[in-house]
Design a protein around this ligand. Structure first.
Ligand code: FES
Length: 525
């Protein structure tokens, strides 16, 4: 079991996801020379690996490039619910895009669930897959009315589900809506099996290989940070945030949302099912088996990245919710997840732009990457093989559903401009002398905004707070000990290294011994 065990009722001091705390995950070397394959896949999460598996099965020669460790990104930090119940969206989708598109979205995700189930069964993958009903619940009349509308949408779309008045927890609810026969699993165990099958079929996988650009003048080619080239007939961009945007303006068409997860042993036993509140702040529950013991994942507290309160407060709020609902015996893990949300809540999956049909992209799954990521891989397989796929138009990144998108586009970008200005204008009031151990904050040094973190040994780590993506000001995340950007969700370690893109370059660092010498010309190294 992990080193995150703590005393009863105490949050683990260090964050870490249960999913990636597994032994025997295969590892791969970094790319050391130029390569070519039929298809180059960038990103080693559920989308990239499922695509590689599907294509390798069709005899296509694939090469996967992963910037860090496989499965360490969003896929390793999910709640791993496999469901088409993606909050209360179907009434909204029918209203905004029509009944047939809403139905297509449901079908794409239901097919993805069926594909995972069939793969687990036919390949006999030991990944704690279990069928569960999914519930949305409302604790207020206002949100109960929303669920009633959503239930009508289920009826119109032929979705198996209905309203209920209670759920088996100590939570006073106004209404709940069940979607039958959904599922949950251990995503890393599932994908570790697919990794073995990919390599058995001759697929190449490289870790610690950061893709930074694409050339499409002659043969589509991915360029790595080290200047190496990976060429193919097609490139699939399956990284969380696109490593390459072409002229698709993806940064302006998505925002990042951060949420939090605890894995706890509870006093009361778990009654089965997967639950998600529709009121705010959101709350999510599902069971999980850890070392043969039944535990519970408690998740929620979502907010835009870099715009939340002190991040430890979010974990504490989840802890007290768990305490109230099931009683907490011990918390074993805590981690956070970052999700990208498109303007119209439908992922962007398909040609990056119509002028670059050999570069396909999949991003913006909101919190529903297990099914949307799998649906993306199934769509990519068909596009690579030149087969028709019923969901191509629905997910097309170049679509334009004017009604909500335009408003969200303006809001998201006004938000980015707002953060660009706010960050530059705000004068931090804290000073380095006030910092306790294991504390970080934004400080002013010789009139310059800097990020300072004093580690547990008392060593200061100072970085420039200007995000290396397009220049917003990062903010301290005390729960993860990272610098987070409110504009597009880039995250940096306290030493400035990129933890999560779209930023590619680290934050500029300053040697604490040079603090006294900081002048108008910063001395970074
Ligand atoms: Fe875009 Fe920071 S992530 S400016």
């Amino acid at each position: 079991m992990s080193s995150h065990n703590q005393e009863t009722g105490k949050l683990p001091q260090d964050p870490g996801s249960y999913w990636i705390d597994v032994d025997n995950l295969p590892s791969f070397s970094h790319l050391q020379q130029d390569i070519s394959a039929d298809v180059i896949i960038v990103g080693g999460g559920i989308t990239g690996l499922t695509s590689a598996y599907l294509l390798a099965n069709e005899g296509v020669k694939v090469a996967v490039l992963e910037a860090g460790k496989l499965l360490n990104g969003t896929t390793g930090h999910t709640t791993a619910k496999i469901t088409a119940q993606h909050e209360a969206i179907y009434d909204e989708f029918i209203h905004n895009y029509g009944k047939s598109k809403a139905r297509l979205y449901y079908e794409a995700n239901t097919e993805a669930l069926a594909f995972i189930k069939e793969t687990v069964e036919s390949r006999q993958i030991n990944c704690d897959f279990s069928q569960q009903d999914a519930y949305l619940y409302a604790t207020t009349e206002k949100y109960a009315a929303k669920l009633e509308k959503e239930a009508k949408a289920y009826e119109k779309l032929g979705i198996e589900g209905h309203l209920v008045d209670t759920i088996p927890f100590d939570i006073e609810i106004a209404k709940a809506l069940v979607m039958k026969n959904q599922a949950q699993f251990h995503p890393v165990k599932y994908l570790a099996h697919l990794i073995r099958l990919i390599t058995e079929k001759g697929g190449l996988i490289f870790e610690n290989t950061t893709a930074v650009n694409v050339e499409t003048e002659s043969k589509p080619t991915v360029l790595t940070r080290e200047g190496l080239r990976a060429s193919g007939n097609m490139i699939l961009s399956c990284s969380h945030f696109p490593f390459y945007e072409g002229t698709g303006l993806y940064s302006t068409r998505m925002h990042a949302n951060r949420s939090y997860i605890l894995a706890a042993k509870t006093k009361k036993s778990y009654p089965g099912g997967m639950y998600l509140s529709v009121d705010q702040p959101s709350r999510s529950l599902r069971s999980v088996k850890i070392n043969g013991e039944e535990m519970v994942l408690i998740a929620g507290e979502g907010h835009k990245t870099g715009q939340g309160k002190d991040t430890m407060e979010h974990y504490k709020a989840l802890e007290s919710f768990a305490q109230q609902v099931l009683g907490v015996e011990k918390i074993f893990y805590r981690w956070s997840a970052q999700d990208l949300i498109t303007l119209d809540k439908i992922p962007y999956i398909g040609e990056i732009t119509s002028s670059q049909p050999n570069v396909l992209i999949a991003t913006g799954f909101r919190k529903w990457g297990m099914t949307n990521g799998t649906a993306a891989a199934l769509l990519f397989r068909d596009m690579v093989l030149g087969k028709r796929n019923a969901y191509q138009e629905l997910y097309n990144p170049s679509r334009f559903y004017a009604h909500p998108s335009l408003k969200n586009f303006l809001l998201d970008n006004a938000d980015v401009v707002g953060h660009l200005l706010k960050g530059k204008l705000e004068q931090p009031s804290a000073s380095i002398e006030d910092l306790s151990e294991d504390e970080g904050t934004v400080v002013l040094i010789d009139g310059h905004r800097k990020g300072a973190y004093k580690d547990k040994e008392g060593t200061l780590h100072i970085v420039d707070t200007t995000c290396t993506h397009i220049g917003c000001e990062v903010e301290w995340n005390s729960g993860e000990r990272t610098w987070d950007c409110p504009c597009h969700g880039s995250r940096f370690s306290y030493t400035g290294e990129v933890v999560e893109g779209p930023a590619e370059k680290p934050l500029q660092r300053h040697d604490h011994r040079m603090l006294d010498n900081l002048t108008s010309k910063d001395s970074g190294y």
